[in-house]
Design a protein around this ligand. Structure first.
Ligand code: PEP
Length: 249
C-alpha cells in the first residue's frame, strides 16, 4: 500500500495563542487535501487553542517536544499525558535545535521516543548532519548512528507507525535546501537502515520526511522522490505558502 504523504509545520518559538488561532483561520481555506496528512506542531502554550481551532478540519496537532517522565518535580517540562489530554497526536523529538541548544542526547531521545509510544503519541523523530559532517563524507554513517540509537528497543510495529524527518542542519532556516538528489539519498539510506534492523515490511511503512528550507517552489520535486513522504516545514509553515506546500501536486 502506498504511504500517505505527511506535511508537518514546525512553528518553533513563534505565535502567541491569539496569533496562533488567527494563523489557523487564515490557513483553513488553503490547507485542504485528502491526499496529504497535515500536522501543526506548535508551542506548548498554543496547543489548547489550536486543537480547538482545527476542530472540523483534517489537521492534527503536534507538540514540539515533551519530557520522558510521567509526572513530578520537573519544573518547566510537559508530560506526555498532558499532551494526550489536550488532544495532541504527534510530537517532534530530537529536532536539531533541541539537540544543540538544549543538549538533548540520543540516549535521552530514545527515552522520549519510547515514552511517546507508551502514550500512543506518534513521534516525528528528527535526524541530520552538520555541514562539516557532510564535507567530511560521514553523513550516512552519522544518520544511521542517530537512527539506531534513538530507536533502540523500539518495536518494528512502532517504527512502522512513526515518522522520521531527515533535516540537514545546514539547510534549516538558511534558505539552502538540499538538492533533490541529496535529500533522496539520505531518506533512502534511512529506509535501508530501517530495513536492515526491522525488515522490509517496516521499511515500506515508515514515513520519512525531508526538512530544511522547504517552500512552495521546491516541495513538489522533493516530495516526488520515492523515499520522501512529505516534509517538516519551519519558516514556510507560518504563511500562506504552507497551503501551496500541502497542495504541492
Ligand atoms: C525545521 O526547523 O524543522 C525546518 C525545517 O525549518 P525551515 O523550514 O525554516 O528550514
Amino acid at each position: 500500500m502506498a504511504r500517505k504523504k505527511i506535511v508537518a509545520g514546525n512553528w518553533k518559538m513563534n505565535m502567541t495563542p491569539s496569533q496562533a488561532v488567527k494563523l489557523v483561520e487564515e490557513l483553513k481555506p488553503l490547507v485542504v487535501s485528502d491526499d496529504v496528512e497535515v500536522v501543526y506542531c506548535v508551542p506548548a502554550i498554543d496547543i489548547v487553542p489550536v486543537v480547538e481551532a482545527v476542530k472540523g478540519t483534517n489537521v492534527a496537532v503536534g507538540a514540539e517536544n515533551m519530557y520522558y517522565e510521567e509526572k513530578g518535580a520537573y519544573t518547566g517540562e510537559i508530560a506526555p499525558e498532558m499532551l494526550v489530554d489536550a488532544g495532541v497526536k504527534y510530537v517532534i523529538i530530537g529536532h536539531s535545535e533541541r539537540r544543540d541548544y538544549f543538549k538533548e542526547c540520543d540516549c535521552m531521545l530514545n527515552k522520549k521516543v519510547k515514552k511517546a509510544f507508551e502514550h500512543n503519541l506518534t513521534p516525528i523523530l528528527c535526524c541530520g548532519e552538520t555541514l562539516e559532517q557532510r564535507e567530511m563524507g560521514i553523513t550516512l554513517d552519522w544518520i544511521r548512528m542517530q537512527i539506531k540509537s534513538d530507536l533502540k528497543d523500539v518495536t518494528a510495529e512502532q517504527v512502522a507507525s512513526m515518522v522520521i524527518a531527515y533535516e540537514p542542519i545546514w539547510a534549516i532556516g538558511t534558505g539552502k535546501t538540499a538538492t533533490t538528489e541529496q535529500a533522496e539519498e539520505v531518506c533512502k539510506a534511512i529506509r535501508d537502515c530501517i530495513k536492515e534492523v526491522y525488515g522490509a515490511d517496516t521499511a515500506e511503512k515508515v514515513r520519512i520526511q525531508y526538512g530544511g528550507s522547504v517552500n512552495a517552489g521546491n516541495a513538489a520535486e522533493l516530495f516526488a522522490q520515492p523515499d520522501i513522504d512529505g516534509g517538516l516545514v519551519g519558516g514556510a509553515s507560518l504563511k500562506a505558502d504552507f497551503g501551496k506546500i500541502v497542495n504541492y501536486k
